[in-house]
Design a protein around this ligand. Structure first.
Ligand code: NCD
Length: 316
């Protein structure tokens, strides 16, 4: 079988942890092809025709949900979005009951976001179809790390040996966790920068160098990845004031000067301008890849939907 049609050896995509370098490369190579498809006038393929994709989001989302919806539609699947604010979840139905109900409708793909770490894995054990984790609590957000990797690889030509600084609220970030795993697997060097209160204890064990000072941490790095202050996950005070946080950890041109001259600026969104990133830096098209990340997101998700349904499509 040519590598172009090769199967993906996992039934679900629950996290980056545990994936192999070749599997990540397989996803990124396929996503590259979908970037080309998405830039054409006719973006649609009938690859997933007849298949049903349900997007089940227990947490708010703009770009991730839209991106998965577009990805499914561009591949020809029937895509349904389930909003938790209008569903029986509001009536007290448990996650497992919801999973069993949806499973009885025979979907082929379930894309799930949930506020609790581990909830998506639990759900995957109760259904018969492929499950993609679209973010579970503080745990993982694998398609975000994959789209970040695709953005970096297309801009820099590789991932190996690049120095990537992940800055800000690492403690509450599933984006950071998935990125740390992916970058380590692909041979990049990871630095985490933030106040001690927002860096998880034992973070070195994840394979990263820790810095509490932005300019020190950004020195000569190739990629500057900013994170949102995730106040919705904070109980208690992690920093004195927003303006103090911005002055110490917000990315502005002054701090950016420590990084390499061609260092790429990234942010998963949604951004809080003037909190973790200066508006002018975020909008600087010569430096920022933030809009490109959104474009890569659709392509990466198309690749994941394609790969996770390959064996099933072959059988039918
Ligand atoms: C991230 C998330 O939901 O974890 N956003 C996203 O998926 N684009 C990051 C965040 O919410 O800050």
């Amino acid at each position: 079988m040519s590598s172009e049609n090769a199967s993906f050896p996992h039934p679900h995509l629950l996290g980056i942890e545990g994936l192999k370098e070749a599997e990540i490369t397989q996803i990124l190579d396929l996503a590259d092809q979908y970037v080309d498809q998405n830039r054409r006038t006719n973006k649609k393929k009938d690859l997933l025709e007849g298949l049903t994709q349900i997007n089940l989001f227990f947490e708010n989302s703009t770009r991730t949900r839209m991106s998965f919806e577009l990805a499914g539609k561009r591949l020809g699947a029937d895509v349904i979005n389930m909003s938790t604010s209008t569903s029986s979840i509001k009536k007290g139905e448990t996650l497992i009951d919801t999973a069993s109900t949806l499973n009885a409708m025979r979907p082929d793909l379930l894309v799930v976001r949930h506020g609790s770490s581990g909830a998506v894995k639990l759900l995957s054990r109760k259904v018969d179809c492929a499950v993609i984790n679209a973010g579970d609590g503080k745990h993982e957000h694998p398609t975000q790390a994959l789209l970040d990797a695709l953005t970096i690889r297309r801009r820099k030509g590789r991932l190996a040996r690049l120095s990537v600084a992940i800055c800000g609220d690492v403690l509450h970030s599933r984006v950071a966790r998935s990125n740390i795993h992916l970058l380590n697997i692909m041979g990049a060097r990871v630095r985490l920068i933030g106040p001690p209160t927002l860096i998880p204890s034992g973070a070195e064990r994840l394979g990263a160098e820790i810095f509490y000072d932005m300019e020190e941490g950004l020195k000569d790095c190739d990629i500057v990845m900013m994170l949102r202050l995730q106040t919705e996950r904070m109980h208690g005070g992690y920093f004195p004031t927003v303006s103090e946080y911005f002055s110490l950890y917000g990315l502005d041109y002054e701090k950016l000067a420590a990084a390499k001259e061609d260092a790429l600026i990234m942010h998963p969104g949604p951004m809080n301008r003037g909190v973790e990133i200066d508006a002018a830096v975020a909008d600087d098209l010569t430096r920022s890849a933030i809009q490109e990340q959104v474009e890569m997101g659709v392509a990466v998700r198309m690749a994941c939907l394609d790969l996770l349904t390959r064996d099933k499509r072959r059988e039918s």
